[in-house]
Design a protein around this ligand. Structure first.
Ligand code: 25A
Ligand code: L14
Length: 342
């Protein structure tokens, strides 16, 4: 093990994802000489827990990145659009959790279990994919390698933590108010989320899909590096705090039995198979929250098509869907010697 250490900036450190990034860096003993949390002016001076002590939030400015080696961003698309290039020009390698750079041709979009080699052509910015896409491709890539996936039909059941801290507070307040006979108040979402499902994540596009749905379509192809994989998605917000669930139907070129699929997934990095229906064992968000892996269960043959499988995929959207995948990208950059130490 080399003892090189890196200066790391965490941009958006006060948010739901940023806080988890700090915890993840700490838990994985990331080789940092220093970790500096950054956020907007309204949070400057705030103290965040780190390694048994506290670190103080700095205001993000154009001069923030001098002397840093790595910058992990999760502060929204507009912040990333403006500041990621500034950080890269200052010599940092940026790993960005927003949607701003994901489909840019000069920006690798990486899930370390799936396409670590794409890091090799980075030009200073690496994009962390959408949370729903990450957990799906971790499970689908090993099946694709074995049987060639032709088409994917996915419906998601997404937790409110994906929209940040305010959305979690909104769900909690709505449950309290409704249970005490008061009306629900909605600010983050266009409708009540408590005891409800909203088939609407991110904004609607001209093609009648949502942006979230099109992220799953386009990002899956870019990460898998295979334009022949067709994806269609319906993304739904459900009143769950942590953990996205997905019902996934795949059509493959080669036939796979459910037992073969289970065997492949049991060997796959980052995947845990939880599939024993006779004992009521299948993945659920309340169990998968707080864990690192992508959990797969309810694997069964779809005999309405020649080679079809159905499955149920659950993962913690703030961990593997965001903070953990970002930190794993940074670790893989270091392993592949792709970070310059200033
Ligand atoms: O869809 P996108 O664009 O790709 O975005 C993906 C993710 O980015 C965030 C959001 O994460 C989302 O999941 N995001 C999206 N749109 C955004 C928008 N319009 C957006 N964030 C801000 N504005 P999130 O909500 O978990 O994290 C947001 C983080 O980004 C910081 N930030 C915002 N604007 C910034 C900026 N940092 C630098 N420069 C800017 N211009 C933001 O910092 C937050 O860290 P903040 O200073 O605005 O702090 C928010 C306040 O919220 C409270 N709080 C947040 N999380 C917690 C919390 N309190 C307790 N526990 C928590 N877990 C704090 O009071 C904090 O001060
Ligand atoms: O592109 O759940 O990463 O509202 C940001 C918003 C993920 C979903 C992204 C949400 C999305 C998130």
């Amino acid at each position: 093990m080399s003892d090189v250490r890196f200066r790391v900036a965490v941009v958006g450190a006060t948010g739901a994802v940023g806080r988890e990034m700090l915890k993840t860096l700490e838990a994985r003993d990331f080789p940092a000489s220093e970790v500096v949390p950054m956020a907007s002016a309204r949070s400057a001076g705030m103290k965040l827990p780190y390694k048994g002590g506290e670190i103080q939030v700095q205001e993000l400015t154009e001069d923030s990145f001098e002397g840093f080696d790595l910058a992990l961003f999760s502060a929204g698309g507009s912040t990333s659009e403006k500041f990621a290039p500034i950080a890269a020009r200052a010599g940092c390698v940026v790993v960005d959790n927003s949607s701003a750079w994901r489909m840019d041709d000069d920006t690798p979009l990486v899930v370390p279990e799936v396409n670590p080699h794409d890091l090799d052509w980075h030009k200073g910015i690496i994009a962390n994919p959408n949370c729903s896409t990450i957990q799906m491709v971790v499970a689908l890539k090993p099946l694709h390698d074995e049987a060639t996936i032709k088409r994917v039909v996915v419906s998601t059941y997404q937790a409110v933590s994906g929209s940040g801290q305010k959305a979690m507070v909104e769900l909690e307040n709505q449950v309290r108010r409704l249970m005490s006979g008061q009306e629900a108040e909605s600010e983050v979402y266009p409708h009540q989320i408590a005891f409800n499902c909203l088939p609407h994540i991110d904004s609607f596009l001209e093609n009648e899909y949502t942006k979230e749905e099109m992220k799953m379509v386009n990002e899956t192809v870019k990460i898998m590096g295979d334009e022949s994989v067709k994806v269609t998605a319906t993304t739904v917000r459900v009143p769950v705090f942590f953990g996205h669930s997905e019902s996934v139907n795949i059509e493959t070129a080669k036939k796979l039995t459910s037992a073969q699929a289970r065997g492949i997934l049991a060997q796959a990095p980052g995947v845990t198979v939880f599939d024993n229906p006779s004992e009521n064992v299948y993945p659920m968000p309340v169990e998968c929250a707080g864990q690192d892996d992508v959990f797969v269960g309810r694997i069964r043959v779809d005999d309405t098509i020649e080679n079809g499988l159905n499955m149920w995929i659950v993962s913690d959207n703030i961990r593997k869907g965001a903070a953990l995948n970002t930190v794993q990208i940074a670790e893989t950059l270091i392993e592949r010697n792709l970070v310059r130490v200033l």
